[in-house]
Design a binder for this molecule. Structure first.
Ligand code: PBG
Length: 324
């Protein structure tokens, strides 16, 4: 009988000893900060369903990127809200698109900051789907060409990494081939490999104005009850050339993060998505939870599950907590 010889409480008796035996440590190095770029000048528009987040024009994005870097955050990921949407998502791959302009502006002013771009069509299509639509169906192979053009236009604008989030089959291979053919073989791909058809994205869809105008994303994003399929998606993406694989959302999918970390030898990223963020903000505004502690507990849990990188709207707030 172990008790009273074994008393695990001995190692919990004060903060110093807890620090000594703590198994998981967060750092600002772990964070990737998502930003929403909009057209226009001097625009900083509150996103009502994501308190503390804004749609920002390029001038403000540069300032926010500088602020993030100052707090020790190594990377941002950019999402664009274009001026015009159409069936073929033209602004997604235009050299004068909002994201392309934001990349250049950030790299000019904060060259050390890693600029990652979300590669997807849903923000740019009039129907809000992540691919080309024909007769109510989302077409896979014709979409790959547009995604490749989009990734290439980001690389040409100076992006350091591209992150396809569309969930079309074969897109990592298509993007890798296109980048390599144009001399961008050094640009890594972080694939949204296990991305689920989640209800936790709805605040983001307000933020990016990207809600599908008909139907849903269940024919391309993964079914939340599936676990083995996540390993298959990740294996395929790695085979196609993904350098980093992502699980999204994070909080309800810690088992998936853990499975992937234990199975593969590439860095694993997890996206602490908009709904996860906004629930914390809302409960905190009501005075029901301690926002800072809940935030740190969530981020620590995501890392403990196996994530090497965490995409989070809390990045700056959490970095401030960590560095005092
Ligand atoms: C684009 C994309 C989405 C998110 C990231 N990239 C939305 C979606 O798939 O509908 C969600 C991010 C978040 O909720 O914070 N495909």
């Amino acid at each position: 009988m172990p008790y009273p010889i074994h008393r695990p409480r001995r190692l919990r008796s004060n903060e110093t000893i807890r620090r000594m035996v703590r198994e998981t440590h967060l750092s600002p190095d772990d964070f990737i900060y998502p930003l929403f770029v909009t057209h226009g000048k001097d625009v900083k528009k509150r996103i009502p369903s994501m308190p503390g987040c804004y749609q920002m024009s390029v001038d403000h994005i540069v300032r926010e990127a500088q602020r993030a870097y100052k707090h020790g955050i190594p990377a941002v990921i950019l999402f664009g809200i274009p001026e015009h949407k159409d069936e073929r998502a033209s602004e997604a791959y235009s050299s004068r698109g909002v994201v392309q302009r934001a990349i250049k502006a950030i790299k000019d002013r904060v060259p050390e900051l890693m600029v990652i771009t979300d590669v997807c069509l849903c923000e740019y299509t009039s129907h809000g789907h992540c691919g080309i639509v024909k007769d109510g169906k989302i077409l896979n192979d014709p979409t790959l060409e547009l995604l490749s053009k989009e990734a290439l236009s980001h690389a040409k604008a100076g992006a350091d990494m591209v992150a396809p989030s569309d969930m079309m089959d074969g897109r990592v291979a298509a993007i890798r081939e296109t980048l390599d053919a144009h001399g961008y073989e050094e640009i890594p791909i972080m694939s949204y490999a296990a991305k689920y058809a989640s209800a936790f994205y709805s605040p983001f869809r307000d933020a990016a104005e990207s809600a599908p105008q008909f139907g849903d994303r269940k024919s391309y994003q993964m079914d939340p009850p599936n676990r083995t399929e996540a390993l298959k998606e990740v294996a395929l993406d790695i085979e196609e050339g993904a350098d980093i694989v992502m699980v999204k959302p994070a909080m309800c999918y810690l088992d998936i993060i853990s499975d992937i970390k234990n199975t593969f030898d590439v860095p694993v990223a997890a996206y602490n998505v908009s709904g996860e963020y906004s629930m914390v903000k809302a409960a905190s505004q009501k005075g029901w939870i301690d926002e800072k502690r809940v935030m740190m507990e969530i981020l620590t849990s995501i890392k403990r599950a196996g994530a090497d990188l965490i995409l989070t709207y809390f990045a700056i707030e959490a970095a401030k907590e960590l560095t005092g």
